[in-house]
Design a binder for this molecule. Structure first.
Ligand code: C2E
Ligand code: SIN
Ligand code: SIN
Ligand code: SIN
Ligand code: FE
Ligand code: FE
Length: 404
C-alpha cells in the first residue's frame, strides 16, 4: 500500500467504510475490513489485531502484503497464540497503558526503553519489521476491546518510513468508530453459539468448538472455490461473512428432536432415524424473514445440508413445510442444492467423522480423507471436494485453533 496525502475522496471513503463495517455480521469480516482500511490510510504493508479475552490479548487477524499478498495467508488467520497484558511486548504495553505506541525502527529501540520488540515473527517468516504503530481499540466509553498493530508504513516508492503525523491522527479516529462494529460481530457469534448450545444439551462443551469449526471450514472452502471461479473480491467477502454464521446454525433444528434420540449412545433404529431426518425442516422454519440475506442462507443450509450430490439425501422435496409431519418427496440433487448447503454438507461430515460423538469414536484423519475422496461425486460436489483438498493447511489450522 502506498502512503499518499488524503484528498476529499479519501475522507469520503473513510466515512463510507465506517458505514460498511456495519453491513458485516461476523467479527472476522469486520476485522478484515478494519485492518484493510487502517492500512490504506496509513500506507502500512502489514498489520494485526488482538482482541481481549480472559485478560489476555488473543491474536485474531493478520494481513501482510509482502508475505501473503491479497488472497493467501488464510491459515495464518487461525494461528493460536495469546499475549499477556504486560510491559514485555509492544502490544501488551499498548493494552496496559491504553496509549498509542509509535516506533520508527523496530531494530533501533534503545536497550533502556521499556518496550521490547519481539523479533520471533520476523525470524520465522523472513519479514523485516521497520516502523510500528500500535494503538488501543477502545469503545466510546473508554473500555479496551483490543489492540491493532500496523507495520511498515511505505512511501510512494515502496520504501519503509515512519508513520506520518497524518495517519497518527486519522487511524485512531477511524479505529475507535470500528470498535462498535467489532463488539457487534463478537455478539453475533456469541449469540449463535448460545443458540446452538441449547440444541445439544448432551454435551455443551463439545458444541461450541464443533460449530465454530464447521463455520470456519465452510467459510474457507467457499473462499477457495470462489477465488478459483474468479468471483469479485467484494462479493466473496459478503458471501463468506454470511456463510460462516449461517453454517454455524446448520443443526439448529435438532432443538426439535427429543433427548431420547438425540442423546442415544448407540445406533438409531429405523424409526428413530426417520424422526431425526426432520431436523433440517425444524431448523428451516426458524428462518422466516425473507428480507434478511442471513435468514435466507441459514434456511437453505438448514433445509438442504443432508441432501446429497447424487440425489440420495434427505429430506427431499416438501410441499408444505408447516404441515405436521411434513410430507417429504424426491431428494434434491446436484446444483439444485444451494451452494451454501453443498459446502456445509462437506464441512459437517468432515467434522463429524473427525470428532467423538455419543454414538461413535473419532476416525483417524487418513480414513476421513479417504472417505471424502470416495464420496466426491456421490455425497459431495466434486468442485467443493477439490477446493477442500487444496486448503488442507487452513483446515488443519482451524482444527488446532478450535480443539475440544
Ligand atoms: P452428526 O453427528 O452431526 O453427523 C453428521 C453427518 O456426518 C451424518 O449425517 C453422516 O453423514 C456423517 N457421519 C457421522 N458419523 C458417521 C459415521 O460414523 N460414518 C459415516 N459414514 N458417516 C458419519 P446423518 O447420517 O444424516 O446423521 C444426521 C444426524 O443424526 C447426526 O448428526 C446425529 O446427530 C444423528 N445420528 C446419526 N446416526 C446416529 C447414531 O447411530 N446414533 C445417534 N445417537 N445419532 C445418530
Ligand atoms: C439481516 O440479516 O438481518 C439484514 C439483511 C442482510 O442479511 O443483509
Ligand atoms: C452453484 O450452485 O454452484 C452456483 C449457484 C449458487 O450460488 O448456488
Ligand atoms: C452415512 O451413510 O451415514 C454416511 C456415509 C457417507 O458419508 O458417505
Ligand atoms: Fe444435520
Ligand atoms: Fe452437524
Amino acid at each position: 500500500m502506498k502512503n499518499e496525502y488524503l484528498p476529499y475522496d479519501d475522507l469520503q471513503r473513510i466515512l463510507t467504510t465506517i458505514d460498511e463495517l456495519n453491513i458485516y455480521k461476523d467479527v472476522d469480516s469486520i476485522l478484515d475490513k478494519l485492518l484493510f482500511e487502517a492500512r490504506r490510510i496509513s500506507g502500512a504493508d502489514a498489520g494485526s489485531i488482538y482482541l481481549i479475552e480472559d485478560r489476555h490479548l488473543i491474536f485474531s487477524y493478520i494481513q501482510n502484503d509482502t508475505l501473503f499478498g491479497d488472497n493467501s495467508g488464510q491459515a495464518e488467520q487461525y494461528s493460536d497464540f495469546r499475549i499477556p497484558i504486560d510491559p514485555d511486548s509492544i502490544v501488551g504495553n499498548t493494552a496496559l497503558g491504553g496509549e498509542t505506541i509509535l516506533i520508527d525502527d523496530a531494530y533501533g529501540i534503545p536497550d533502556s526503553s521499556s518496550c521490547n520488540f519481539n523479533s520471533s515473527f520476523d525470524k520465522k517468516s523472513g519479514y523485516k519489521t521497520g516502523s510500528i504503530f500500535s494503538l488501543p481499540l477502545k469503545t466510546i466509553d473508554g473500555r479496551l476491546v483490543g489492540v491493532m498493530q500496523l507495520i511498515n508504513a511505505k512511501d510512494s516508492a515502496g520504501k519503509v518510513i515512519p508513520f506520518t503525523e497524518f495517519s497518527r491522527m486519522l487511524v485512531p479516529l477511524f479505529a475507535n468508530n470500528a470498535t462498535l462494529a467489532i463488539e457487534k460481530g463478537l455478539m453475533n457469534r456469541e449469540l449463535i453459539l448460545r443458540m446452538m448450545r441449547m440444541t445439544e444439551l448432551r454435551d455443551p462443551k463439545e458444541t461450541g468448538p464443533h460449530v465454530q469449526r464447521v463455520g470456519a471450514y465452510s467459510a474457507e472452502i467457499y473462499h477457495r472455490l470462489a477465488v478459483k471461479r474468479g468471483i469479485p473480491t467484494h462479493e466473496i467477502k459478503h458471501y463468506k461473512d454470511l456463510i460462516r454464521l449461517a453454517s454455524m446454525l446448520h443443526d439448529i433444528g435438532k432443538v426439535g428432536i427429543e433427548d431420547m434420540i438425540l442423546k442415544k449412545p448407540g445406533p438409531l433404529s429405523a424409526r428413530e432415524f426417520d424422526i431425526m431426518k426432520f431436523h433440517p425442516v425444524h431448523g428451516a422454519k426458524l428462518f422466516a424473514n425473507p428480507a434478511s440475506e442471513l435468514d435466507k442462507m441459514s434456511r437453505d443450509i438448514s433445509l438442504y445440508h443432508h441432501e446429497r450430490w447424487d440425489g440420495t439425501g434427505y429430506p427431499g422435496r416438501i410441499e408444505d413445510i408447516d404441515a405436521s409431519p411434513p410430507v417429504t418427496g424426491k431428494p434434491w440433487k446436484g446444483k439444485e442444492i444451494p451452494l451454501s448447503a453443498r459446502i456445509t454438507a462437506l464441512a459437517d461430515v468432515y467434522d463429524a467423522l473427525c470428532s467423538k460423538r455419543v454414538y461413535k469414536e473419532p476416525w483417524p484423519e487418513i480414513k476421513v480423507l479417504d472417505q471424502i475422496r470416495k464420496d466426491s461425486g456421490r455425497h459431495f460436489d466434486p468442485e467443493i471436494v477439490e477446493a477442500f483438498f487444496e486448503i488442507q493447511d487452513v483446515i488443519r489450522a482451524i482444527k488446532d485453533l478450535y480443539e475440544e
